[in-house]
Design a protein around this ligand. Structure first.
Ligand code: PLP
Length: 423
């Protein structure tokens, strides 16, 4: 029976047998016991499902992977140590030296750095496009060495909404994998596989956990991309000598996820910790409720700020004057999430004074958990940039990033109001 998202949030990924614990136990064990050598050999040969070493798979991590895979509508998922490790494992599963990644430039700073600085050191090139550019401009970047197109549903921190149809059409035309970081939308607000994506990644440290308690990442395989015979992916179509000569494209399902786990998770060990998987599994119980509240709170806050005389501009796709409003109506109809940014009239000092005057909303580098928080990039994460460089990076000096929590909206607005009154 196919359940609704709200039901999967609380029941997904773990079905206890009679007498077993109702929620997933924390399998705090590196290793697992088997009575026969054959039973273990079958696991190594991928002939049977099970666990042999927690660097590859763990029952608590599997419960979380199962819940996220069900929520996204994918066929398999891999729990990773962090969002960044998920994106790194994704790239290493698909690319080798000489390959390239065609990526939106409107992505999380850590991902931008991975594609522009770190992976190029290993011969993997990141080619950046403006997500608002026409398809022809993006297509110019694709060649036979392009292994995937990378995007974010709702970009952090620019809050741009992805035009899925545009990217899906390019992916189809060139037979190239379409990857979406769905961290800020979550599968409650948008399910990228329904719009042509093949792989979804998450920083589960954000809304999935939701409580700022557990670092983690997830890669979800949509099972909707057939690598068989696709000349762009020789590594999927030739035997993996490091894994008993397995040809991943010959597998009936989860070709990507199998290669990722059997080869790259095995060799890097960047898997999620059981304790973090447990916290993230429980965190997801309330995901549907939380995303509804994050979205309605952010919509109310955006409307309030939009009318305030001391505010220069506000970015949130719920606002009818927002450039991405129409895209959000199509791809995020249930709500546009809790992230917004705005500019305070005046200079960098006004913005800093405003931040210091806040009482309920705290200053943090984190985003997307239950507590409202703010960040002023010009005086923190981006403080080394000049005024001109800040504008080029899309973070003008008066920009404040606000992650709207699930407190009562009146209290959030009252805090903003008293802080604005002080500048
Ligand atoms: N993707 C997005 C959209 C993010 O916002 C972040 C972190 O903020 C990451 C990936 C990286 O995740 P993590 O901090 O869990 O490594």
């Amino acid at each position: 029976m196919a359940y609704k998202q709200d039901t999967i949030c609380v029941q997904g990924g773990y079905r206890p047998k009679s007498g077993e614990s109702r929620i997933p136990p924390i399998a705090q064990s590196t290793t697992y016991f088997y009575e026969s050598t054959q039973a273990m050999a079958d696991l190594f040969d991928l002939k049977a499902d099970g666990y042999f070493y927690s660097r590859l798979a763990n029952p608590t991590v599997a419960a979380f992977e199962g819940k996220v895979a069900e929520l996204e509508g994918g066929v398999a998922a891999i729990g990773c140590a962090s969002g960044m490790s998920a994106i790194t494992l994704l790239a290493l599963t698909l690319c080798e030296a000489g390959d390239n990644i065609v990526t939106s430039s409107a992505i999380y700073g850590g991902s931008f750095n991975l594609f522009s600085v770190t992976l190029p050191k290993f011969g993997i090139e990141g080619r950046f496009f403006d997500p608002d550019a026409p398809a022809e401009e993006i297509e110019k970047l694709i060649d036979e060495k392009t292994k995937f197109i990378y995007t974010e549903t709702v970009a952090n921190p620019s809050i741009k909404v992805l035009d899925f149809d545009k990217v899906a059409a390019i992916s189809k035309k060139y037979g190239v994998l379409f990857v979406v970081d769905n961290t800020l939308a979550t599968p409650i607000l948008c399910r990228p596989f329904e719009w042509g994506a093949h792989i979804v990644v998450h920083s589960s440290s954000k809304y999935l956990d939701g409580h700022a308690a557990a670092l983690g990442g997830v890669i979800v395989d949509g099972g909707n991309f057939n690598f068989k015979g696709n000349g762009r992916y020789p590594a999927f179509n030739t035997p993996d000598e490091s894994y008993h000569g397995l040809v991943y494209a010959d597998l009936p399902s989860a070709q990507f996820a199998t290669k990722c786990r059997a080869q790259i998770v095995r060799d890097t060990g960047a898997i999620m910790a059981p304790q973090n998987a447990f916290l993230s599994w429980i965190g997801c119980d309330t995901l549907a409720l939380r995303m509804e509240r994050h979205s309605s709170n952010a919509k109310a806050v955006a409307a309030y700020l939009d009318k305030h005389p001391k505010i220069d501009w506000v970015l949130h796709a719920s606002l009818p004057n927002n450039r991405y409003h129409a895209l959000a109506q199509k791809y995020l109809p249930k709500g546009q999430g809790g992230m917004l940014s705005f500019g305070i009239k005046g200079d960098v000092h006004q913005a800093a004074r405003f931040m210091e005057a806040l009482q309920l909303i705290t200053q943090e580098t984190h985003v997307a958990d239950v507590r409202s928080c703010v960040l002023h990039p010009a005086s923190t994460t981006h403080r080394q940039l000049t005024k001109e460089e800040l504008v080029q990076a899309g973070v003008p000096e008066n920009l404040v990033r606000l992650s709207v929590g699930i407190e009562h909206p009146d209290d959030i607005i009252a805090d903003l109001d008293q802080a604005l009154a002080k500048i």
